[in-house]
Design a protein around this ligand. Structure first.
Ligand SMILES: [Zn+2]
Length: 336
């Protein structure tokens, strides 16, 4: 899938802070499980890939991008399947040199088969625990509330996430809380109660913001929700006061360049906001968002701006991002 990745990038220890389970299941794994249960909507893996991976003619809108998440959900309603697909994602991350891995997922869209919210959280954590042993990856789960489900469901999810918070467990746990899905019309401030619950439970706070909406949603994520990180945050470049604020308070932007161009958050040919963030001294992370939907990998995202940034800056981005990870500090191993 990826063009040749320079050895300097392959060798780097990487920090992945923004990767969705649903959008990152290797197509061959989705295909194998679908075939096993006779659920395949098409006859070949090649055709299936087209349904799972964003096609060039589908680029330019967040909603078309989000459409790609429907088929994986046919299989991720069952405990064993969820564990299996998460294990496959961790294996891919390990191959890409990821040492700190934060996966994210909305448990409530994985309970249609009868699982409880807690069981659907545990199914992911079970795979993460195994990955820590098998690949030496530090990991944790960020629980997502879908914006279009509304603030009340978000509160229920925040409470559900609290029960499996990292600090209550010896092993992998829930490390953070996020809102995702259709951004337009679903302002962050509507979800402040859910964030209050998540914050009180000791979870790290982030929000998808400034991907399909203007800087006002990023301000709200920081000021009203208390986020210390934002997902994408592309529209921040339109607001100098916001950029200064993010630099002052060291609000990390989880940048996912390929995804940003595909959703239209950044127009093709336009300079990626990561350069502005770096100029302002805003911390950034290089993230995949969805390795399958975006047809990318952590190696590929890390290599995208190699020419402009240089290997030392990319190494430093990954190293510094560990300090912004929600994985409880005591569980982190020192990285070089
Ligand atoms: Zn995302």
């Amino acid at each position: 899938m990826s063009p040749t990745i320079p050895a300097s990038i392959r060798k780097l220890a990487k920090t992945e802070l923004h990767q969705h389970v649903d959008g990152s299941i290797p197509a061959a794994v989705t295909w194998r499980i679908m075939k096993r249960y006779g659920l395949n909507p098409v006859d070949s893996l090649r055709e299936m890939r087209k349904l799972l991976v964003l096609q060039p003619e589908e680029e330019g809108s967040l909603l078309s991008y989000l459409d790609k998440f429907h088929y994986p959900m046919w299989i991720t309603q069952f405990y064993e399947n969820i564990t299996q697909v998460t294990t496959a994602i961790c294996a891919e991350a390990a191959k890409n040199g990821v040492k700190t891995l934060e996966l994210r997922y909305s448990p409530i869209i994985h309970i249609y088969g009868g699982l409880t919210i807690r069981q659907s959280i545990r199914a992911v954590l079970s795979a993460l625990n195994r990955a820590e042993k098998d690949y030496g990856i530090q990991s944790g789960l960020i629980v997502i509330a879908m914006r279009h489900h509304g603030p009340h469901i978000a509160k229920i999810l925040a409470r559900g996430a609290a029960g499996d918070a990292q600090h209550l467990h010896d092993r992998c746990g829930v490390i953070g809380f996020d809102i995702a899905g259709a951004e337009k019309g679903n302002a962050p401030h509507l979800f402040h109660k859910a964030y209050e619950i998540a914050g009180q439970a000791g979870l790290g706070l982030t929000a998808h913001a400034g991907e399909a909406e203007g800087p006002a949603y990023i301000w709200e994520s920081i000021d009203t929700l208390g986020c210390t990180r934002v997902g994408h945050g592309c529209s921040a470049v339109q607001d100098k006061a916001l950029l200064k604020r993010m630099a002052k308070d060291q609000i990390l932007v989880e940048c996912a360049p390929s995804s940003n161009y595909q959703t239209g958050a950044v127009a093709r040919g336009e300079r990626h906001p990561i350069f502005t963030f770096l100029e302002y001294g805003i911390p950034v992370a290089l993230c995949t968002d969805n390795t399958t939907v975006s047809a990318t990998s952590q190696n590929r995202e890390s290599a995208l701006f190699l020419k402009e940034l240089g290997i030392d800056t990319i190494r430093e981005i990954h190293r510094a991002a560990i300090g912004h990870s929600f994985i409880e500090k005591s569980r982190r191993k020192a990285k070089s």
